[in-house]
Structures are given as structure tokens and as C-alpha cells.
Design a protein around this ligand. Structure first.
Ligand SMILES: O=C(CO)COP(=O)(O)O
Length: 253
């Protein structure tokens, strides 16, 4: 049985004080970290303080992106090495908003995934198709190619520990969720891709999240599916009560 992982992607929302208040309130809640992994993906400039607030609690902290190089003349960027040094545990890589607005490619995603593992960060690797690609029945081809490009050449041990987030682009922030069956089918296809590339043990261990308009009202159904091991959540992760409900659903899945 794979432990569910629920990650809240705050994107470019909240001020530092709002972020700290959120984490302070959340950490008082009862969440069993043996049953669910709880992750907050915060803007880079809050990470240091959030790592301190979350210390010794069930909450893990993630960055929303990073640069693949260890250091260098890359104005405005943050490296995996710097994130690790702060005590950050996870990093989101290849979110569709990064691919769309910041020139993230399969190639840069691959380099970032490697850099994350070299620095003991767990990558949450985002993949997903556009509406046009879905309508052309290209979903599985697109998503499988993104997964293989990200994971190519990695060790089985690393792939086993990676998190894949399947986020259909047309479902992000739109209120449109893939049906639980559709989401499960694509997550299954991702697992089969990993099976072909890395074998059964790795495929059975890797955790695959669904993302795109996940909320307390639909998470239970999503998580009841065999191949959906968690959720990457935008809007519904911004309020403590709503995020806590998602964690409870993960805990009870
Ligand atoms: O992009 C997402 C999470 O990374 C999904 O966002 P929403 O949950 O707001 O649709």
C-alpha cells in the first residue's frame, strides 16, 4: 500500500505573515504522518521561515521550482543545493505554469530532477496534456513521453522515490476536474510507462498524484482509485480548513 501524499501548491499567493499563520494553525491539527504525507509548496522567499515553523510537525515544506545548476551567475534563481541547505524536503518540477510561462522544457525538467536527487530533495514531477491534445486522443502519448524524459537514466532507487503529479492543463484552476475514472486511467498509464522503463517493483512503489481542481468535495472519490496516490492542490490548499479536510481524506484513504 502506497502512503497518500497531499501537497498544497500555493503558487504566488499569500504574504509571509499569512503563510506563517497558516502553518502555525495547521500544525496544531491532528494528522497522522504514518498515514499521509502533508506538503506545503511555498514561494521561495517564505521557505526558510516555514521550515522553522514546520520543524517537528507532520508538515513538510517544498519549493515550487529551482534551477538545475549548483551555483553560478543565474540572477534571480535558487538551486537545489540552497534548498537542501535550508531544510526543504521537496521541490515541484515542471509545473505546467512553469512550462507555459517560463520556458521549462522536458530537457530542463530532466536536469532539475537529477539535481534534486543529488541534493536529497524529493521531486514532485508534473506532467499533463492540453485540452487540444486530449481531444486528439494524445493524452497517454504526451504524458508518457514527459514522464520518460524526466526520469531517463535515473537509478531505480531514485525513480521509486520520485513523486509524479498528473495535472491535465485544462483542469487547473478551471473548476473542471477529470473524472476520477479518467484520472485513474492516465495514472495507470504512467505506472505502466514506469513499469516498462524500470520494472515492476519501482512501478508499484512510485506515488502518482492527481492535480486540477481537487477540493474536499471530490478528493475521496479520486483517492479511492487504485492508481491515484495523492493530490497536488492549488486553490483548495489556501485555507487551513479546506487543506486539513484534504489531509484527512488522505489519511483515511
Ligand atoms: O496547478 C495545480 C496544483 O499544482 C492545480 O490548481 P487548482 O487546484 O487550483 O486547480
Amino acid at each position: 500500500m502506497r502512503k497518500p501524499i497531499i501537497a498544497g501548491n500555493w503558487k504566488m499567493y499569500k504574504t509571509l505573515s499569512e503563510a506563517k499563520d497558516f502553518a502555525l494553525e495547521l500544525k496544531e491539527k491532528q494528522v497522522d504522518s504514518s498515514k499521509v504525507d502533508a506538503v506545503i509548496c511555498a514561494p521561495a522567499l517564505f521557505l526558510d521561515q516555514l521550515v522553522h515553523v514546520a520543524k517537528d510537525s507532520f508538515i513538510s515544506i517544498a519549493a515550487q521550482t529551482m534551477h538545475e545548476e549548483k551555483e553560478g551567475a543565474f540572477t534571480g534563481e535558487v538551486s537545489a543545493h540552497q534548498l537542501q541547505d535550508l531544510g526543504v524536503n521537496y521541490v515541484v518540477i515542471g509545473h505546467s505554469e512553469r512550462r507555459q510561462y517560463f520556458n521549462e522544457t522536458d530537457e530542463s525538467v530532466h536536469k532539475k530532477v537529477q539535481a534534486a536527487f543529488e541534493n536529497k530533495l524529493t521531486p514532485i514531477i508534473c506532467v499533463g496534456e492540453t485540452l487540444e491534445e486530449r481531444e486528439q486522443n494524445e493524452t497517454v502519448n504526451i504524458v508518457s513521453a514527459q514522464v520518460m524524459a524526466a526520469l531517463e537514466g535515473l537509478s531505480e532507487e531514485n525513480v521509486e522515490n520520485a513523486i509524479i503529479a498528473y495535472e491535465p492543463i485544462w483542469a487547473i484552476g478551471t473548476g473542471k476536474t477529470a473524472t476520477a475514472d479518467d484520472a485513474n486511467d492516465v495514472c495507470q498509464a504512467i505506472r505502466e510507462t514506469i513499469l516498462d522503463g524500470f520494472g515492476e517493483e519501482v512501478a508499484n512503489s512510485v506515488r502518482i498524484q492527481y492535480g486540477g481542481s481537487v477540493k474536499p468535495e471530490n478528493i475521496e472519490e479520486l483517492l479511492s482509485n487504485e492508481h491515484i496516490d495523492g493530490a497536488l492542490v492549488g486553490g483548495a490548499s489556501l485555507q487551513v480548513d479546506s487543506f486539513f479536510k484534504l489531509l484527512e481524506a488522505g489519511q483515511n484513504a
